[in-house]
Design a protein around this ligand. Structure first.
Ligand code: SF4
Ligand code: F3S
Length: 104
């Protein structure tokens, strides 16, 4: 599966959702997740994200991100169409370690 990591937080550019063939993105207040059980591993979303928030779970130490994506994918509504990024997206795009800013 591919998953969304914290670089997405407070950005939500949503370029990713338009290309997903199985519409497996879910939207929270300031973050998106991929449903790990629905993702078919096609990889087309990965290069679409301008902040490189999307990674394959084959990268090292991805277990926590898979669990977090799975948890919120069950709680948040589906998103399949692109929308405007968050108001301060470009300022937040430069930041790292954004997990403490996740709105549940
Ligand atoms: Fe959707 Fe493919 Fe990205 Fe998985 S890898 S979330 S199926 S676009
Ligand atoms: Fe987030 Fe990147 Fe998609 S910022 S909404 S994962 S394009």
């Amino acid at each position: 599966t591919y998953i969304v990591t914290d670089s997405c937080i407070n950005c939500k550019y949503t370029d990713c959702v338009e290309v997903c063939p199985v519409d497996c993105f879910y939207e929270g207040e300031n973050f998106l997740v991929i449903h790990p059980d629905e993702c078919i591993d096609c990889g087309v979303c990965e290069p679409e994200c301008p902040v490189e928030a999307i990674l394959p779970d084959t990268e090292a130490e991805m277990e926590n991100w898979v669990a977090l994506n799975g948890k919120y994918a069950e709680l948040w509504p589906n998103i399949a169409e692109r929308k405007d990024p968050m108001p301060d997206a470009d300022a937040w795009a430069e930041k790292t370690g954004k997990l403490p800013h996740l709105s549940e």
